[in-house]
Design a protein around this ligand. Structure first.
Ligand code: GLA
Length: 345
């Protein structure tokens, strides 16, 4: 049993495939080098003493009866509660949490926090790490049942399976994860923060999810993966648009994989633009601040740019051509490179 363990879990960018995960669709995210680190030191008395260094706040609870809380504390208590429910025998521990992913910017600081907490708690308790798909599901239950956001598995799988220099083609029906080399040459992928913060629990995210479920109910299918464009168009608005987005976005994911395989950056850019138009017009998750961020990217010469993540604020991902100086034109843009997934040391 380790008396000390350090777990790091990265945030993620999503190249394409947005709002498809909870519709059993396809996505193409990659883990980034920024993430959350949890340092865990075993305590003898069965308590969790957590310190969120970046916000200077503490939490303390008994590991076998975490109880409810809000904000970052909900993640820590949820991690203990879900691990316990899954049969892990947890020890008390002091947990020191630090992070480098900007919160609320669409880079999945939440999944990075969940994954790092769960890995650190398992390691310091001497419990073996379960299969990573099971771990992703456990982390998403923390978010669903303790934090109150009905998010899918995209962020957790990206954080757990990330691979240096690769994006991950995830099929959310079979849960097959396939690395796809993300060789951009002199092109770059950047993120631009719209400046508008949002939390999943407080945004229209849950409403979109409910609309997709309602579309399935009316069409008599288990998921939007089974729906054709003609079926989508038979629905009343806004359900027709929601379904249309999901169907066309799944197609764009495989088109993006094919574009990457033949290094066709112009086509990749076109697909990013098409994804954005669909998210703005059919899925209706953009905002004026996000539109302004997309326009700034295009003015700076981006081949494509789109809203990334849950929507209703957050950040934009843009593909920039190999022209030195573009980054300077695009104030606040941060380059993102695909990096390895979560690890314990
Ligand atoms: C958030 C959620 C994910 C996914 C995306 C939209 O990041 O956490 O599960 O639904 O939004 O693609």
């Amino acid at each position: 049993m380790l008396s000390h363990a350090v777990a790091f879990a990265p945030g993620r960018a999503n190249l394409i495939g947005e709002h498809t995960d909870y519709n059993q669709g396809l996505a193409l995210p990659f883990a980034i080098s920024e993430g959350v680190t949890v340092q865990a030191s075993a305590l003898a008395d069965g308590r969790i003493e957590a310190l969120a260094v970046d916000v200077g706040e503490r939490d303390s609870f008994l590991v076998d009866s975490p109880g409810r809380a809000r904000g970052w504390r909900a993640f820590v208590r949820g991690a203990a509660g879900e691990l316990d429910r899954a049969g892990a025998r947890l020890r008390g521990a002091e947990l020191e949490i630090t992070g480098t992913v900007p919160r609320g910017a669409g880079l999945s600081s939440s999944a990075a926090l969940e994954v790092a907490l769960v890995l650190a708690m398992l390691a310091v308790s001497g419990e073996a790490e379960p299969d990573r798909i099971e771990l992703a599901k456990l982390c998403s239950r923390i978010e669903n049942e303790w934090v109150g956001a009905q998010t899918g598995l995209l962020d957790q799988i990206a954080s757990l399976y990330g691979q240096d220099r690769c994006a991950l083609r995830i099929d959310f029906r079979s849960l097959e994860v396939r690395p796809v080399p993300l060789e951009l040459g002199d092109f770059s992928l950047v993120t631009v923060d719209s400046g508008e913060k949002r939390t999943h629990a407080g945004s229209g995210y849950n409403e979109r999810r409910a609309e997709c479920a309602e579309a399935c109910r009316r069409l008599g299918v288990p998921s939007l993966r089974d729906v054709t464009l003609a079926m989508a168009d038979s629905l009343p608005p806004p359900l027709s648009g929601r379904a249309r987005h999901v169907i066309t976005e799944d197609e764009r994911v495989d088109a993006a994989v094919a574009a990457l395989e033949r290094s066709d950056m112009v086509e990749l850019g076109r697909l990013l633009d098409a994804s954005h138009a669909s998210l703005r017009d059919d899925y209706e998750i953009s905002t004026p601040a996000v539109e302004e961020a997309v326009r700034r990217c295009k003015r700076a010469g981006a081949l494509g740019a789109r809203i990334m993540g849950g929507g209703f604020g957050g950040s934009v991902i843009a593909l920039l051509p190999p022209d030195a100086g573009r980054l300077e034109v695009l104030e606040g843009a941060v380059e993102m490179r695909p990096a390895d997934g979560a690890r314990v040391s």
